[in-house]
Design a protein around this ligand. Structure first.
Ligand SMILES: Cc1ncc(COP(=O)(O)O)c(C=O)c1O
Length: 379
C-alpha cells in the first residue's frame, strides 16, 4: 500500500491577489486575450527583465510551436535538440516537417553544449533548440557565436527557467527566440501557460500576424486600418485574460518564491555534499555563468537500480520524489527513426532523481529528506 506523502514533491505556489484580479476579469468586458492583464504582465517583464517583445501563450508547448511557425521551418530543415527533454521541444518542429537531430547531453549536467552540437551540424541545419535543464544555463556564448557565423537560429526552451539567468541575462531572452512555461508544475504558474520572447527584431511584424490567427487585427486595434483580414498562416496561441490575471499575481510574488526555492536548494546542496565527495552521488554542477532560480534539486545515482531503490525507500518514508525525462530518441514513437546512441542521455534518464522542492517546504522537511538519502546510501 503506497503511503500518502508527508513531504510532497511539488505544491503549486498560491497568490491570494489572484482572486481579486480574477474578479476584475469577470466584470470587465474582454476576457479573451491581449487585454488589460496581458498588458500588466508584459509591463512586468519589460520593467523586471528588460523583455520588450513577447507573447503570452496558452502553454510553453504553444510558444514552441509558435516559434517553429515564425521561423518558417519547412520539410528538409534540420533542427538540433536534446533527446533529454519533454516531447514539446520536438513536436514543435516535427509539426513543421523538420528532421530532428538529437544531441547527447554533457556528462556533467543534462544540458547540450556546443561540443555535443557540432558533430550534428550540416548544410540543412536551420536551428539549435536547447533547454536549460533545471534552470541551469547552457553556456550560450560559444553556441551563439557559432550559430551567428553559420546563419543558424538559436531557440531557447526555457520552460523551467523563469527568473534564472546566464551572465546576468534572463534565460529565454538570449537566443533568437525563447519560450517559458507557466504550467502548474513550475515555480510560478497560471494552471497552463507560457510565453514566447521575440529577441530578433526582424520577427516582430510576422509574429503579430501569427498571434492574431493570421490576420492584421493588431493594426486594426491600433486604428492603422479600417478592417482586418487574412494576411498569413497563423494560429490561436494566446493566453486568456483569466490566465493572465492569475499569472500577474504570481509574477508579483516571483522574487519571494525564488528566495525560498534557493534557500532549500542550497540546504540540499550543503547537506548532500559529503555523498558527492565520497563519489557515490552526482549533485547539480553550477557553472560560474549560471544564476539559478532553484526550480528543482536533483541527484544522480550510480545505477538505475540504486535510483529506483532509493525512490522506493523515500516513498516508504512519506517522501515523494520523481524521475524525469524519458529519452525521446528511444521512445516507442521515435526509436525506429533514430539509431544513434546517446550515452549521457541514457545515464540521466536511468539515474536522475528529483527531490521535493517548493515554496511550502520547511527547513525540517529538507533536512529529513537529506537524512533519509544519506542513511540509504551509507547502508
Ligand atoms: C523542457 C520543456 N519544454 C516544454 C515543456 C512544456 O511546457 P508546457 O506544459 O507549458 O506546455 C516542458 C514541460 O514541463 C518542458 O520540461
Amino acid at each position: 500500500m503506497p503511503v500518502l506523502p508527508n513531504i510532497p514533491f511539488h505544491i503549486p505556489y498560491k497568490s491570494i491577489k489572484a482572486l481579486d484580479y480574477l474578479h476584475e476579469v469577470l466584470i470587465q468586458n474582454n476576457a479573451a486575450s491581449d487585454a488589460y492583464f496581458h498588458q500588466r504582465c508584459k509591463n512586468w517583464f519589460a520593467q523586471n527583465q528588460h523583455i520588450s517583445n513577447m507573447y503570452l501563450c496558452g502553454s510553453c508547448t504553444d510558444a514552441l510551436e509558435f516559434s517553429g511557425l515564425l521561423a518558417g521551418f519547412a520539410p528538409g530543415d534540420e533542427i538540433i535538440l536534446p533527446s533529454y527533454t519533454f516531447t514539446s521541444t520536438a513536436n514543435a518542429f516535427l509539426l513543421r516537417g523538420c528532421t530532428l537531430r538529437f544531441a547527447d547531453t554533457s556528462r556533467a549536467r543534462p544540458n547540450i553544449e556546443l561540443e555535443q552540437i557540432l558533430p550534428l551540424i550540416n548544410q540543412q541545419t536551420r536551428a539549435i533548440a536547447l533547454i536549460h535543464y533545471a534552470g541551469i544555463a547552457v553556456d550560450m556564448d560559444p553556441i551563439l557565436s557559432f550559430a551567428k557565423a553559420h546563419n543558424i537560429l538559436v531557440i531557447e526552451d526555457a520552460a523551467q527557467c523563469i527568473g534564472a539567468r546566464y551572465k546576468g541575462k534572463y534565460l529565454g531572452s538570449i537566443g533568437n527566440l525563447g519560450c517559458i512555461s507557466f504550467h502548474t508544475s513550475k515555480i510560478i504558474h497560471c494552471g497552463e501557460g507560457g510565453a514566447l520572447f521575440i529577441n530578433q527584431e526582424s520577427f516582430a511584424s510576422h509574429a503579430e500576424l501569427i498571434f492574431e490567427k493570421g490576420t492584421n487585427r493588431k493594426a486594426y486595434k491600433n486604428y492603422e486600418t479600417d478592417f482586418y483580414e487574412w494576411k498569413s498562416i497563423g494560429s490561436s496561441y494566446g493566453m486568456s485574460e483569466f490566465q493572465a490575471a492569475v499569472l500577474y499575481a504570481q509574477l508579483q510574488g516571483l522574487s519571494d518564491v525564488i528566495i525560498r526555492q534557493l534557500k532549500y536548494w542550497n540546504l540540499y546542496h550543503e547537506n548532500l555534499k559529503e555523498l558527492e565527495a565520497n563519489g557515490t552521488l552526482l549533485l547539480p554542477d553550477l557553472p560560474d555563468y549560471a544564476q539559478i532560480n532553484g526550480s528543482e534539486y536533483y541527484i544522480v545515482l550510480e545505477s538505475e537500480l540504486q535510483r529506483n531503490q532509493l525512490q522506493q525507500h523515500l516513498e516508504s518514508q512519506g517522501i515523494q520524489t520523481t524521475t524525469h525525462y524519458r529519452a525521446l530518441h528511444r521512445s516507442s514513437f521515435y526509436k525506429n527513426r533514430y539509431k544513434q546512441q546517446l550515452i549521457n542521455t541514457d545515464y540521466f534518464e536511468a539515474c536522475l532523481l528529483r527531490l521535493p522542492l517548493h515554496f511550502y517546504l520547511t527547513e525540517q522537511d529538507v533536512l529529513q529528506v537529506c537524512k533519509s538519502v544519506i542513511r540509504f546510501i551509507k547502508n
